[in-house]
Design a protein around this ligand. Sequence first.
Ligand code: ZN
Length: 252
Amino acid sequence: MSKAKVLKYDVFVAPESPFNGPPARVANSDPPAWDPKTATLIFGERDAVLVDALLTIREATALAKWIELHERRLTTIYITHGHGDHFLGLPVLLDRFPGARVVATKGTVELMRKNTTPDVLDNGFRARFPGQISDTTVLAEALDSMQFDIEGWPLVVVEAGHTDTFNTTSLHVPDISLIVSGDVAYNRCHMFASATTPESRTEWVAALDLLAALRPTAVVTGHKDPTQAMCRPRLTSHENTSNSTENNGKRV
Ligand SMILES: [Zn+2]
């Protein structure tokens, strides 16, 4: 297949969402809310690849409509890691795009399986977001290579090890100097650190160094303050050459 002339990406941000959680430990603090989540569409002339699938039925429905606006064939959905807020929206997306293949690393698939048992779901996301999570779940297919492509452009999996959970990954798109980081990096919101230890935090720092060494011009994080543009890990003369647009239509 010949390589598309242009590769672009666009970012959908699902806003902060309140959830049923334990009472706040700090007096007068805000009620519990899940930080805004991102899904990133990488697209060529005909095809598109989605990175991460959001959480609730309503979020995934809005995401599906937004994907349709790009008028590309959704061939693949890549899941960065096995936390439900990045993949429980899959059944809604596959209803709309039945031809899309859902892929992830073997480690992510393993964690997706553990996190979709009825017990874990009923005491976890279904308790926090009652009536808002799909009744069905979908697991990804394990990739047998750390690279796949869109219209001839390579998309490279970066295994990050234990960051906010086990076996996390980011996706690197070298030709447009983009990293879609999943939850390896955050953009001005809360890091999920409760599943870490001093040792695993060392591993997390090493993973960030690994991403920085790829010298991306933009990093789309799994959670972000929606008023912020992409993370810009380095300032270079290429700073303004990105093909990206945010979903507010503003070029960044
Ligand atoms: Zn997350």
